[in-house]
Write a protein that binds this ligand. Sequence first.
Ligand SMILES: C[S@@+](CC[C@H](N)C(=O)[O-])C[C@H]1O[C@@H](n2cnc3c(N)ncnc32)[C@H](O)[C@@H]1O
Ligand SMILES: [Zn+2]
Length: 289
Amino acid sequence: METPALNALLCPHCGLEFTAPQPDAHSLACAGAHTFDVARQGYLNLLTGHGTKFVPDTAAMVAARDAFLEAGHYQPLADALADRVGSLLAAAEGNALIVDAGTGTGWYLQQVLAALGGRTVAAVGLDISKFALRRAARRNPQALNVVWDLWRELPLGAGTADVVLVVFAPRNAAEFARILKPGGSLVIVTPLPGHLAEIAQEAGMLGIQDGKEEALAASLAGDFTAEGSAELHVPLELGAADVGNVALMGPAGHHLDEVALGERLAALPATTRATAAFRISVFRPLPRP
Ligand SMILES: C[S@@+](CC[C@H](N)C(=O)[O-])C[C@H]1O[C@@H](n2cnc3c(N)ncnc32)[C@H](O)[C@@H]1O
Ligand SMILES: [Zn+2]
């Protein structure tokens, strides 16, 4: 369990800090003596007893997303993100902290951290899916991987983060603004209209609702000001297994008819061309009153 990131963590029950654990500890205690389990796989579960209504991604959905990312189709996005975060952190002084909100299997965070070269930056990955965090903890053992619901008050101190990264995950604007340092940055990746449109039918994908730059800025307007954004279009050549992974890894994966999907995939040519289209947007927190 990484200690620098632990300094930013606060107990969700009493708001007190955590005390440094032994290297192989199976639980973590706050200064108010509340304890939380550290899973065998290395992630920390702070959500105990909260009884969330949210239905997390299943193991199969998480495995599909991980396989798709591991195949490297979105490497240009990871490279662009690593670049952006690297330059944002170049100006950060002292111990920097990245919070990856909805870290999933930690694939993007891994690349962002790796690209920072010799610089050691503390990292927290938050996600509600234990299946995802099992993989994230294996992938980013140096990060603090925490089971948490992004729609709740985040278990992090005010003004502790230099960068909050949100790649296709929920955006809790007020909480992101609270945990960011005054000069910090919120980096958001959203799909553009037309993202993977060529395989939307085959993959049974739901329509893209995001994409409008103005809508994203408006949803953050009370807490952030837009700093800039860049579009990224990535041409892809996908095999049937890749298209299947796209189908399974998205929200549609919760209620997918696997027999029908198998039939659609069997009808595909060896390679299907498609274009992934993303927007990377950077926001700055507004000064707090
Ligand atoms: C589309 S995935 C993206 C994951 C990762 N950022 C990536 O791009 O590989 C969305 C992630 O957000 C997580 N998520 C959704 N709602 C959440 C919530 N309320 N609190 C925490 N995580 C949530 C899901 O478990 C999932 O891992
Ligand atoms: Zn406590």
